[in-house]
Design a protein around this ligand. Sequence first.
Ligand SMILES: C[S@@+](CC[C@H](N)C(=O)[O-])C[C@H]1O[C@@H](n2cnc3c(N)ncnc32)[C@H](O)[C@@H]1O
Length: 305
Amino acid sequence: MGAITPTFENSYADFGWRRSIQQVKHHLQQRSDTETHMRALLDQVKIAETRMVAHNDGKPIANMDILEIGPGQGLERATYFGRNNHITGLDTDIIARGLEWQSYLQMLRTNGLGRVAKTLGREILSNRPNRAAWRKLLGVKKLNFPDAMYGNICDIVPRANHYDMVMSWSVFEHVSDPAVAIDHVLAALKPGGIFYISLHLYTCNNGHHDMRSFTGDESLPLWGHLRPDQAHLIKPSAYLNEWRLPQYRALFAEKTGGDYEEVLEKFEHPEVYGPMLKGSLREELADYSEDELLTVNAIYIGRKK
Ligand SMILES: C[S@@+](CC[C@H](N)C(=O)[O-])C[C@H]1O[C@@H](n2cnc3c(N)ncnc32)[C@H](O)[C@@H]1O
């Protein structure tokens, strides 16, 4: 593991004990649905893989050296692609691979007791049943965990000109400087290497990352974080750079000379949330395009020249 100073003092996310208990309750309620949930995730990962293959001249994603930025604790994508590739995970939190005690000791030193307690709780309540379902769905006895590297993509280039692919899900909305992060992604790629960056767009209904909106609480005001008179009701659970769609578009256009693909994943947003975007609410949100309000994940895919 690299000895790298983190940018965030404690951890990228901090949502207090009350919200943690709410999260635990939500995990317990969801346990009966673990397999359905993991199957849906697998479908998503396979869709991502199809897009990657298209950018790899139709060749499979195999025998590659891959860097995943911010794999978090679930490690589903890393272990999916880890079946036939070598994966390194770079994260500002210590990556706990199962119940490996060394990871927890390092997490205690780096991120504090609160983070250890939450990660251990999540490992036992959620990650273990999820991983059992994931192994079953992938048809493997054992998951290949990634090599873990501790660090911030805005501070380092993990290995220059080394990786065949750099991939990331739900991380770029948390980085302090997406332009520097992309420079480091491109520097880490070999010429011709692929980047696949999926980010949770700040301007979507739950782009504020208030933990309540991820744990079944539907009491929050719609797009509350974008509405000055409602914003006080929203409590983001993580650092967010608040970047908007035009900023990402301009950034990727600049860094790739315009040679990139953008995919806007909207899931249930157009059907469920689209019809709510009318009247005075739509007027209040007049500064935002429909794409900005209804896109959950914006995905940028391309190759280093
Ligand atoms: C919302 S979680 C996403 C985890 C996983 N990718 C997923 O989709 O389930 C964001 C992850 O990115 C990591 N992260 C945030 N900022 C980062 C940075 N600047 N460099 C590397 N990792 C970062 C966090 O520690 C966390 O594990």
